[in-house]
Ligand binder design. Structure first.
Ligand SMILES: [Zn+2]
Length: 376
């Protein structure tokens, strides 16, 4: 038995006044974030010092006395906003220290930001679920689509608003997870453009058809949007349409990735995959769309946490390991196979015939096992 943090997401149906209060809270969260980001920047410029989370939090108690409207909203949401700001700072300095020059300085949050959410914490039963109602701080009992009751102790909840104006709540719980019975199987996964994944067993997993169709629709609707006059009524209408499609695609993709990652974790003890530098590949615009669409990185994240939950081993192969070029039969490297257009090839050394992706997935599996044996 293992205790893990698990999130359950539900659609919220707030009343008019509850919705107003959610939007107000989102506004206050943004205000607090920007206010203290500004303060920290100013302080650094004038005195070369900064503020810690605790100092900001203390200062906010004073600020609330001046700006009383801040008191109308959930205090945990405001505190968590300060924590986010602090995390953004620490992340920035950590990345810079590690030599990452692309890491941007924490940015002011814009009103137009699509990412609108706030987190609240559990204290004294302020978050509770009864049937199709959820109790949330300041909001009281809100109607929601309870598809299945969350398992375990609630620790926090994140309330979000989508660009299409829907509301959601993600309830985070400490849940008990039963580890899966041991398996003898090891799998290598080659993530690709033609197929979403090719397994070392020879199985090829296609990109879901309905997802491809939705993505074609999205391209069409985005083109339509670009022809409308920005800010006009028709433009807003079209923008809403595009946002709705984005949401549907994200939901279906998430569903596909969740099912596939769970299946692979369920069937195998060891799961080997490449660690891909998406940024490098995205520069090749021809592949950009399909790669970003199928979101390999999200898939990798799911494999990692599910492996952790269920007692499996996830191995990541170095992105520069030439999995496509090595013949898995004789280990000869065939550098000309670098060319992504070559789908099938014959090894110049041993004459074995290969499917590009299947050969790569077997190499990924073997390299994964080699890395594992080194660790032991
Ligand atoms: Zn060979």
């Amino acid at each position: 038995m293992k205790i893990v943090e698990r999130a359950y997401k539900y659609r919220l149906y707030p009343t008019k006044s509850q919705a107003t209060l959610i939007r107000k809270t989102l506004g206050c969260v943004r205000f607090v974030y920007n206010y203290y980001l500004g303060k920290r920047i100013e302080l650094y410029k004038t005195r070369g010092t900064t503020l810690t989370y605790t100092q900001c939090s203390k200062d906010m108690t004073q600020l609330k006395k001046e700006l009383t409207w801040l008191k109308e909203v959930d205090k945990f949401a405001l505190q968590n906003s300060l924590r986010n700001l602090d995390a953004a700072y620490q992340n920035f300095f950590r990345e810079v220290k590690q030599g990452n020059k692309n890491q941007g300085f924490p940015k002011f949050k814009s009103k137009r930001n699509n990412w609108k959410k706030y987190k609240t914490n559990l204290t004294n039963n302020n978050i509770e679920i009864k049937g199709d109602r959820i109790k949330l701080p300041k909001l009281g009992w809100v109607k929601f689509a309870n598809s299945r009751n969350p398992e375990g102790q609630i620790i926090n909840a994140t309330i979000s608003q989508t660009p299409t104006g829907k509301y959601f709540v993600s309830v985070c719980c400490l849940s008990e997870i039963e580890e899966l019975p041991n398996s003898e199987n090891v799998v290598g996964i080659d993530l690709g453009i033609k197929h979403f994944a090719t397994l070392s067993t020879g199985e090829m997993i296609a990109n879901p058809k309905h997802l491809q169709k939705l993505e074609q629709q999205l391209t069409r609707q985005q083109r339509k949007l670009s022809r409308k006059k920005i800010g006009s009524g028709k433009w807003y209408k079209q923008k809403h349409k595009v946002a709705k499609l984005h949401e549907r695609i994200a939901n279906q993709r998430n569903d596909f990735l969740n099912k596939l990652s769970f299946r692979l974790i369920n069937e195998n003890q060891v799961i080997c995959r490449e660690s891909l530098d998406i940024k490098d590949m995205l520069q090749d615009s021809k592949y950009a769309k399909s790669i970003s669409d199928i979101s390999w990185s999200e898939f990798g994240r799911m494999i990692d946490y599910k492996a952790d939950w269920y007692g499996r081993i996830a191995v990541k192969i170095d992105q520069y390991y030439p999995s496509s070029q090595i013949c898995y039969v004789c280990n000869e490297k065939n550098p000309e196979i670098k060319d992504l257009k070559i789908r099938e090839w014959v090894c110049s050394n041993c004459g074995s015939k290969h499917d590009r992706d299947h050969n790569a997935s077997i190499n990924i599996k073997n390299e994964g096992l080699r890395l594992l044996s080194q660790q032991i």
